[in-house]
Design a protein around this ligand. Structure first.
Ligand SMILES: Cc1cc2nc3c(=O)[nH]c(=O)nc-3n(C[C@H](O)[C@H](O)[C@H](O)COP(=O)(O)OP(=O)(O)OC[C@H]3O[C@@H](n4cnc5c(N)ncnc54)[C@H](O)[C@@H]3O)c2cc1C
Length: 484
């Protein structure tokens, strides 16, 4: 970014003036509540933005955008902070919690969801409607942050990657104009927002498809840690013939030896299969029978459930914590590679809670037609792998070498079957979109970014690798005209 010239107001003056014009609030470093407000969900990321805006209206967002341009700052939107990635120096951090609208249209089967709404809120609102939306595993993640970065859902084998369910996006662009983006109004931008959505503006609301799913069945099944190979093999076998309405997430979990963990689980390791089936309990039980009989079952929590209870299937932590992540997409896992992966996970030691998750893909996730209208596209791959280490409360921030110790053995094991494409929502802190998309798609995104945000005002946690990160041109004049 170019430095602010002597004739323009300084950063401090611009931000001070902005604070006085907002219906919502603007916090500056040192203000009361600054440290709580700047904290991300992932506490391993220590972020120090120039200011934090909590807008209450589209007009507030416009004012933030205009002020950021005047002050030579960037704008980063972070509703929940699950995807926090860097220190945010030189940006205004925008929190969208006031954008909390949830409107469900049961007849037309769509929902309108504000940019601050977490999945848990939307899913609870869908209880009793017989409809579902394409949520992932964690109810605390925001609907906007997840869908704008692609979204791998419990229902993706059935309906494709979740970003394709986005019908319309409302965003305030770099000139302060509120745009409603649909397939008719701007098909190129809608394509880009379905997976690279943090690059083009501050999204205020999304409209998304809902799907009929009157019956849901599933839950968590726990097995001994040493059963992983046979359990994963049986689960993968089931999915070869199962209808795409069945989704299984396979996991290895090491529970930390700390008081916060129930005594029964403390310090122990487990193999787990998390299952979601769109259909009756009887049909779901029949599909899962082969995996239930292949190894001793420690606990089987499968039952009928309503969509509001989807987050209980995996039971992931929802409170903020310091987390390190790793992920890879792989073409296949033959029995030898699967065994090596399991071994690599168990030998990489760590004090906190560690999880390795294998998400078998397939179904409409791999369908080019389903993926044609969004950059997240389709994944012609066998598994999405995800590993996570959650540090014990109060543990010091991990050094880079610790991260290396934990994840490098996993990386080495699957290197030969790695696929050069993934869903951006699974990229780790610091990774850019070149790990998710092909060069032609990155080029198309770059052109759209140049058209809409030539100054690179909007800083996504998943940036483009090259080009628009360099500030070369000014955006169209007249931004302040759009204010009122
Ligand atoms: C425990 C856990 C479980 C998860 N499970 C899944 C899963 O099952 N499937 C899956 O696909 N992903 C999953 N994720 C990843 C998650 O979907 C992404 O990290 C997502 O981007 C988080 O959204 P957020 O709003 O909560 O995070 P934030 O860090 O607040 O936002 C992430 C990014 O989204 C963009 N963004 C968000 N809102 C706006 C807006 N209003 N306007 C413009 N840009 C915006 C910005 O670029 C921002 O940097 C999981 C993450 C965690 C921590």
């Amino acid at each position: 970014m170019s430095p602010t010239s002597a004739s323009t107001p300084g950063v401090h003056e611009t931000l001070a003036a902005l604070a006085g014009t907002l219906e919502g609030s603007l916090l500056l470093p040192g203000d009361l509540g600054w440290d709580e407000a700047r904290a991300a969900w992932n506490q391993a990321v220590d972020q120090h933005p120039s200011a934090i805006a909590q807008p209450r209206s589209v007009r507030d967002i416009r004012r933030v955008i205009i002020a950021a341009r005047e002050a030579g700052l960037g704008v980063t939107v972070q509703p929940r902070g699950h995807g926090a990635a860097d220190d945010l120096a030189g940006t205004i951090l925008v929190r969208t919690s006031a954008f909390d609208e949830v409107t469900v249209n049961v007849v037309a089967r769509f929902a309108r969801v504000g940019a601050g709404v977490p999945w848990g809120t939307l899913l609870t609102r869908l209880d009793g409607t017989g409809l579902i939306a394409l949520s992932g595993s964690n109810p605390d993640v925001s609907v906007a942050g997840y869908l704008l970065s692609g979204g791998h859902s419990w229902f993706s084998r059935w309906k494709g990657l979740a970003a394709h369910s986005v019908r319309a996006v409302e965003l305030v662009d770099a000139t302060g104009v509120l745009r409603r983006v649909t397939r008719d109004s701007d098909p190129d931008l809608l394509w880009a927002l379905r997976g690279a959505g943090g690059l083009f503006g501050v999204v205020t609301a999304l409209e998304i498809d809902l799907y009929s799913a009157p019956d849901l069945y599933g839950g968590k099944i726990l097995f001994p840690a040493e059963s992983a190979e046979v359990v994963f093999g049986a689960a993968a076998e089931i999915l070869l013939d199962a209808p795409p309405e069945l989704s299984l997430f396979l996991g290895l979990i090491n529970m930390p030896d700390i008081e916060a963990v129930p005594e029964l689980l403390r310090g122990r390791s487990f193999t787990q299969v998390d299952a979601v089936f769109v259909g009756s309990a009887a049909a779901g039980e029949a599909l899962l029978a082969p995996v239930l009989s292949i190894a001793p079952v420690i606990a089987n929590l499968c039952s009928e459930f309503s969509i509001g209870g989807l987050g209980d299937v995996s039971g992931e932590p929802q409170d903020p914590s310091a987390t390190l992540d790793w992920s890879r997409t792989v073409s296949e896992l033959d029995p030898a590679t699967m065994a090596a992966l399991i071994e690599a996970f168990h030998t990489a030691s760590y004090a906190g809670l560690t999880l390795l998750q294998l998400r078998p893909l397939g179904g409409l996730i791999g369908d080019p037609d389903t993926g044609a209208d969004g950059v997240v596209g389709h994944l012609d791959a066998g598994f999405l792998l995800f590993a996570s280490a959650i540090l014990p409360p109060g543990a010091p921030a991990p050094a880079a070498s610790e991260r290396h110790l934990l994840f490098q053995p996993l990386d080495d094991t699957v290197q030969s079957v790695g696929v050069a494409r993934t869903v951006p929502s699974f990229l780790a802190s610091g990774q850019d979109l070149s790990l998710a998309f092909a060069p032609a798609e990155l080029q198309r995104l770059t052109e759209i970014k140049r058209r809409l945000d030539p100054e690179n005002l909007f800083r996504s946690n998943r940036p483009l690798p090259l080009g628009p990160e360099t500030r070369t041109r000014r955006a169209e004049p007249g931004a302040s005209d759009a204010l009122d």
